[in-house]
Ligand binder design. Structure first.
Ligand code: PGA
Length: 253
């Protein structure tokens, strides 16, 4: 954690969730409204098909986000969704540059940056994802890979208000593996130093999330690492009880 930064516990449902899954949001919202003075913010990023309904079910207790956007405001881009459309649904966050998109859709840092600018244009908060592969970690390139991704993916107009960074080692996503607390600490300090050098006070205050196999059982350890200001949670965000347990771990720190 970083003093004076409100932690963010953000779920990423990925390509999961039919209308029935909205009941999980009801459970999260009900639990959070029963304990009003939360020190952590909760968000759920859901498939575009559920965005509008999710906002209603969240009842203002959980922020709702999307998982990607197109860089353009509108136009001839069949099947794509603009940041303005996401904002129109009542969302607040957009995940940009997740490793699954960087890999499945060949998204480059430049493309990610254009999407982040689109998120700002629509007054959304961008959750920008970075992280090394297993081979890069083994080759001692993790710090430099993330440094390059941060340099290329974050626009100059980033601020502590419009941007959240999520460090997600690719090999930790969905694998049940996590880096050691020491490795997370090293990466998050590196990111904090780079962001502070580039953005000054805003870099000091930008929220830095850890993501990759964060679960109720390891959340307290990961969230207590210096400069870890929350989590981006995939699998364990699909069930309200698991997600609430991670929020509780954050609240208890
Ligand atoms: P996971 O996914 O928690 O299932 O590892 C994290 C993510 O990809 O955001």
């Amino acid at each position: 954690m970083t003093p004076n930064i409100k932690p963010l516990i953000a779920g990423n449902w990925k390509m999961n969730g039919l209308k029935a899954a909205l009941a999980e949001i009801d459970t999260v919202a009900a639990a959070l409204s029963a304990s009003p003075n939360q020190k952590c913010e909760a968000a759920l990023c859901v498939p575009a098909t559920l965005l509008s309904a999710a906002v209603l079910h969240a009842k203002g207790k959980v922020s709702i986000g999307a998982e990607d956007c197109h860089y353009a405001e509108s136009g001839a881009h069949t099947g794509d969704i603009s940041a303005e459309m996401i904002a129109d649904c009542g969302a607040r966050y957009i995940i940009v540059g997740h490793s699954e998109r960087r890999e499945d859709h060949n998204e480059t840092d430049a493309m990610v940056k254009a999407k982040v600018e689109a998120a700002y244009r629509a007054e959304q908060v961008a959750i920008i994802c970075v992280g090394e592969t297993e081979a890069q970690r083994r080759g001692h390139e993790a710090l430099s890979v993330v440094e390059t991704q941060l340099a290329g993916s974050i626009p100059d107009s980033a601020s502590a208000e419009n941007t959240v960074i999520a460090y997600e080692p690719v090999w930790a996503i969905g694998s049940g593996l996590t880096p050691t607390a020491q490795d997370v600490a090293e990466m998050h300090l590196h990111m904090r130093n780079l962001l502070t050098a580039r953005f000054g006070e805003h870099g000091k205050k930008m929220r830095l999330l850890y993501g990759g196999s964060m679960k109720p059982g390891n959340a307290a350890e990961l969230l207590s690492v210096d400069h870890v200001d929350g989590g981006l949670i995939g699998g364990a965000s699909l069930k309200a009880q698991d997600f609430l347990a991670i929020i509780a771990a954050c609240e208890a720190l």
